[in-house]
Design a protein around this ligand. Structure first.
Ligand SMILES: [Zn+2]
Length: 218
């Protein structure tokens, strides 16, 4: 059941320069995609690993047929390493006849508003009622518990920010002290959970309450 929207931003392509190497587009992609993975929506700062320049139509498919797609900005996406790896060379369609940037296995994250396909369920997981959306969740492994944790962490971060604002506005000394106490606790919790999240993203086993937890969910 839908609990919240999948994402809050809109991706708009603004790069008008042509480069000879995909990586040279990185700074434009980063900006246009709001530092977020176009598939799972996780923010780079949270994941803390370099993001990839991803080909929507994979190189293996267009090679020797439409080589210009290697550096065509429309075919480039900003993706976290896990989504890029899961997507790999997966492709469906007819590369020869289709003049548009289409890969029938996936909704194009720029042309399609992912909020119409995906949503967050009550556990913060990525969900969809759309058949192709559900297939995408499988292919890109968007069902990983990592995505729930990442989303919850972002909410925690927002709460920290809101508390800071409340503290700055509070005039009563006792109430201010209590708010500062709560903010400190919340910030420590955010730091701790952030460490667990980053370890899990890198595929390391994490130690939670005396039990091994594999949040990567492979
Ligand atoms: Zn991702």
């Amino acid at each position: 059941m839908k609990y919240a929207n999948f994402k809050e931003h809109k991706i708009t392509r603004t790069c008008t320069v042509q480069f000879d190497k995909p990586r040279k587009y990185a700074k434009y992609l980063k900006r246009d995609f709001h530092c977020r993975c176009c598939y799972c929506n996780m923010h780079e700062d949270l994941v803390a690993v370099p993001y990839h320049v991803e080909h929507f139509i994979p190189e293996k498919i267009f090679k020797n047929k439409k080589d210009y797609l290697k550096t065509d900005y429309e075919n480039l996406m900003w993706s976290c390493p896990k989504c890029n790896l899961s997507k790999g060379d997966k492709y469906k369609g007819d590369i020869e006849s289709n003049s548009k940037i289409v890969n029938e296995l996936f909704y194009n994250p720029v042309d399609t508003d992912y909020n119409t396909i995906f949503y967050r369920n009550e556990l913060g997981g990525i969900d969809s009622d759309d058949p192709k959306g559900r297939e995408m969740i499988k292919i890109l492994k968007l069902y990983r518990p990592l995505h729930n944790l990442g989303w919850l962490l972002e909410r925690l971060e927002k709460m920290c920010d809101q508390l800071e604002i409340a503290i700055s506005r509070e005039r009563d000394p006792e109430r201010k002290r209590l708010l500062e106490l709560a903010a400190g606790k919340l910030a420590r919790e955010y730091m701790k959970k952030g460490k667990v999240f980053r370890a899990a993203y890198k595929g390391k086993k994490v130690f939670v309450q005396n039990r091994d937890a594999d949040l990567d969910g492979e």
